[in-house]
Design a protein around this ligand. Structure first.
Ligand code: HEM
Length: 404
């Protein structure tokens, strides 16, 4: 059977419950958020160990803050990884599942690798002050290595997915069928680095934000914050420049037939990257002033690049006449409405949690919530209770109906 037909046969016969372009846009958006927090995780985890080993007043203090930040960043990266995971399974199911099955042992191992990395991050953060002289660095180093390994696994799954013409060769070894799932079959260094190098640029921007965020706190020394801001701005600029070079390396390693350098998504992404580089160059003068527009600009660039990544996937899979826009449509308004309202409600509730964290961190003493914050909190709790009631109620009604 021809590959295009095989891929069509592997699609969900029920079709998809809403327009694919909506799933695609949400997949790209949530992937951009996921990869931004992956970058923060890798960067803060690396720098926290570096600062711990380097020692000195500034580095030790920054290292402690970054170790704590890593625990939050990794939680966000995991949380925001689930959304693109669900979307990719909806629109690219034949590819995602085939790629996952080919490396099934790694897919299952991924969960344990994440759990171990997450736990070691906490050991490093909580126990590091118990021993001087870098005694606990090993926990931070292993956690960083495990996060990097998680990235390698995700990259391999995402890259294997793009090459259905090789699946059979990976599945058959000599005269036997390899069902072990213990191999990762594909790795493309420039593509991988394109997602990893920004960790250091983004962490540079993270440090600029740190200097901006704590600037009004009496318990933060001005000299220390200035040092953090300047170090961050320098890191952000240097690694964005390296990233641009890696981007071109990736571009030139793509199949020539794709002519990807003329792709409008790529051109927009690249233009955003160049503007960001110029912006970061100017930020060296006053990192605090540039911190907030810096993170917004960086996210916009990541979002543009994530769209370019999706456009590239469409090029790869277009070779087999596969397009998510031809997926059988079986519109289901009920589940779509529930999904979208959950999404909006989630934003409202997460917005509240972030606002509390933001406001409380900016005050030196005890944080007292304003009446409008209290109202927002109450609305969030009420929404959550309603949502639990609706989802549990629907579950019960549908189960009973199916049973009768
Ligand atoms: C620190 C841990 C992690 C790292 C370093 C990491 C890194 C990456 C990288 C580099 C990619 C892009 C690969 C490529 O396109 O070549 C990626 C994609 C992806 N990651 Fe993560 N990831 C991590 C954790 C997670 C977790 C916990 C989840 C799920 C809960 C997840 C879900 C995804 C998904 C679904 C994609 C592919 C989306 C798509 O193909 O559109 N990741 N990740």
């Amino acid at each position: 059977m021809e590959m295009g037909t095989i891929l069509k046969t592997l699609q969900d016969p029920m079709g998809i419950p809403f327009y694919p372009v909506v799933f695609q846009a949400l997949m790209v958006l949530t992937f951009a958020l996921h990869i931004m927090f992956v970058n923060f995780t890798l960067g803060t985890s690396f720098l926290s160990v570096y600062g711990y080993l380097k020692g000195g007043e500034n580095w030790t203090r920054l290292s402690r803050s970054l170790a704590k930040a890593t625990t939050v960043n990794i939680s966000m990266a995991m949380l925001l990884g689930v959304a693109p995971l669900l979307f990719v399974q909806v629109v690219y199911d034949p590819f995602w599942y085939a790629s996952n099955t080919l490396s099934a042992a790694w897919v299952m191992g991924f969960i344990f690798i994440m759990m171990l990395g997450y736990s070691l991050t906490y050991v490093f953060y909580l126990k590091r002050d118990h021993k001087t002289g870098g005694g606990f660095a090993i926990f931070g180093i292993i956690a960083f290595a495990l996060f990097l390994l998680s990235g390698i696994i995700m990259h391999a799954l995402g890259y294997q997915l793009l090459q259905p013409e090789k699946w059979l060769n990976w599945y058959i070894k000599g005269n036997t069928v390899d069902t072990s799932g213990t191999s990762l079959h594909a790795f493309q260094l420039p593509r991988f680095l394109h997602f990893i190098i920004p960790s250091f640029a983004m962490t540079g921007i993270f440090l600029m934000l740190y200097a901006w965020y704590f600037k009004n706190r009496a318990d933060f020394d001005k000299g220390y914050l200035e040092w953090v801001g300047k170090t961050g701005a320098k890191m952000a600029f240097i690694f964005t420049a390296i990233q641009a070079v890696v981007g071109f390396w990736w571009l030139f390693s793509l199949p020539a037939g794709f002519s990807f350098f003329t792709n409008p998504f790529f051109l927009i992404g690249a233009a955003l990257g160049i503007v960001l580089l110029v912006f970061l160059y100017n930020a060296q003068k006053d990192p605090v002033k540039y911190a907030v527009p810096g993170v917004l600009g960086a996210f916009l660039t990541i979002f543009g690049m994530s769209y370019a990544r999706e456009a590239l996937r469409m090029k790869y899979l277009g070779r087999f006449d596969y397009s998510i826009f031809n997926y059988k449509l079986n519109i289901d308004w009920g589940s779509t409405a529930l999904f979208l309202s959950t999404f909006v409600m989630g934003l409202l509730i997460i917005g509240y949690l972030l606002a509390v964290a933001y406001k409380s961190g900016r005050t030196s003493g005890e944080y007292v919530a304003t009446p409008s914050m209290n109202k927002w909190g109450k609305i969030s709790i009420a929404l959550l209770l309603c949502w639990i009631g609706i989802v549990a109620g629907l579950g019960i009604i549908i189960s009973v109906r199916n049973y009768l």
